[in-house]
Design a binder for this molecule. Structure first.
Ligand SMILES: NC(=O)c1ccc[n+]([C@@H]2O[C@H](COP(=O)([O-])OP(=O)(O)OC[C@H]3O[C@@H](n4cnc5c(N)ncnc54)[C@H](O)[C@@H]3O)[C@@H](O)[C@H]2O)c1
Length: 400
């Protein structure tokens, strides 16, 4: 992969292309000023032809200009376009929520072999991607992510899913399918309208990637984020495309190594770094990030808190060398990215620990945590010492 290195690179400079090997095939992710290549890429894949149908399922909160930027050139090329707006909510990301979308596909007489474009963040990517996986037993899907999280994570790797309500509880991503996209277009200009809090949430996943990057050919990512946090938050085009490209390179390498998350050690499971701690605090309704006034912890903020907690836990368990001052370094990067390092209103550490042992990563009653063991490296640790986990939780609990 050849990456642009100058964060001041002018708009209009090259697009980066990264290939993902998965599902017995290969597909490309185009990053940067990528949308202008959508038509030619689809034509190359045999997915754009005169009179052919293309269905675009998009987040209904997107600016009209974003939808037009995708649909306009394809219509001009002679394709018959149908668009459907979908509200991005976890409550709507369900089997019931997907049905009207499937009905619209049928109503437009969408045939097998004709593509569906998922235009939106991770919710739309998962929902539209799952619909594409099951409609007529599978139609091609193209992911056009519009959030940082979807660009660096959700749009790549072919996981699609909806939530399932079980006894009044929403079980996240319980029903789904692997359905690799044929193409991913990560145009960083689409991030212009993304709220800042969402932007920061996506950055949490990038920091996480940096903490495992050494295994996947990106040993210097964390340092790069540290040095470029301001340009990223200011949404400098060059910084954004380099950020997305470096992160896509990691996600592509992880997926190529362990497409279906069945590796015993390493692989896709490493992407859960920070998530077990994170899930446990995300579900506490009364909690909020220190310094925020709106109640509730967003997923990316929970991941950031989880990364801080996991690092403290690893240090307390003697897994990573304290002379590296790793906890200070992670805490400072998280802060520079405008993400929380502590939460207010959390229950006692014992209660959070109990929540963690109910997490889906607990197999056979044993808690398994992905913990950092060295700069850029993490490992799945079975049954970490309870006191170390508690130390991790305490490190992110601010007194209310
Ligand atoms: N399939 C995977 O591998 C994978 C990986 C990680 C996360 N996910 C899923 O992704 C979802 C979270 O994704 P997300 O963080 O992108 O959230 P999201 O899709 O809910 O988008 C976040 C918010 O930003 C808005 N938005 C999106 N793009 C915008 C833009 N360009 N301008 C203005 N507003 C915009 C949305 O309407 C929404 O309110 C979760 O459901 C999670 O399960 C899937």
């Amino acid at each position: 992969v050849s990456l642009p290195t100058d964060p001041d690179r002018p708009k209009g400079a090259d697009t980066v292309r990264i290939s993902v090997h998965a599902g017995g095939g290969v597909y490309d992710v185009l990053i940067g000023r990528a949308l202008s290549h959508l038509g030619e890429e689809m034509a190359r894949l045999g997915l754009l032809r005169e009179g052919g149908r293309i269905f675009i399922g998009h987040d209904d909160a997107l600016p009209a200009s974003t939808i037009e930027a995708v649909a306009g050139p394809l219509a001009k090329a002679g394709a018959r376009i149908t668009t459907a707006g979908i509200s991005a909510s976890e409550r709507g990301k369900t089997i019931r929520g997907i049905e009207p979308f499937l009905a619209q596909l049928a109503h437009s007489r969408h045939e097998r072999g004709e593509p569906v474009i998922a235009l939106g963040g991770g919710i739309i990517g998962d929902l539209v991607g799952f619909a594409a996986a099951i409609y007529r037993r599978g139609v091609p899907v193209i992911q056009v992510p519009t959030t940082l999280l979807a660009m660096v994570d959700a749009s790549i790797g072919g996981k699609t899913a909806v939530n399932l309500e079980v006894d009044g509880n929403l079980m996240k991503n319980l029903v789904g399918a692997f359905h690799q996209p044929r193409l991913v277009i990560a145009d960083t200009a689409l991030l212009a309208s993304l709220p800042s809090r969402q932007m920061r949430c996506g950055l949490a996943e990038c920091i996480k990637h940096g903490m495992i990057g050494a295994e996947f050919g990106e040993a210097a990512l964390l340092e790069w984020i540290e040095q470029n946090a301001e340009s990223i938050l200011a949404r400098h085009p060059g910084a954004l495309s380099e950020l997305v490209a470096r992160n896509v390179a990691i996600k592509a390498a992880v997926v190529a190594q362990d497409e279906r998350e069945d590796a015993d050690k390493g692989g896709r499971a490493l992407l859960n770094l920070g998530h077990t701690f994170g899930h446990a605090v995300e579900t506490v309704e009364s909690a909020l990030p220190e310094g925020e006034s709106t109640p509730g912890i967003q997923h990316g903020e929970a991941v950031a808190l989880g990364l801080v907690a996991a690092t403290h836990c690893a240090e307390a368990a003697g897994l990573c060398d304290t002379s590296l001052r790793w906890t200070q370094r992670i805490t400072s990067i998280v802060q520079r990215c405008g993400l929380p390092i502590r939460a207010v209103g959390l229950p006692p550490a014992d209660e959070i620990f109990a929540r963690m042992t109910h997490d889906k990563k607990v197999r056979g009653g044993i808690l398994r945590l992905v913990l950092p063991v060295a700069p850029g490296r993490a490992e799945l640790i079975a049954d970490p010492p309870r006191e170390a986990v508690i130390a991790g939780i305490r490190s992110i609990s601010a007194r209310s």
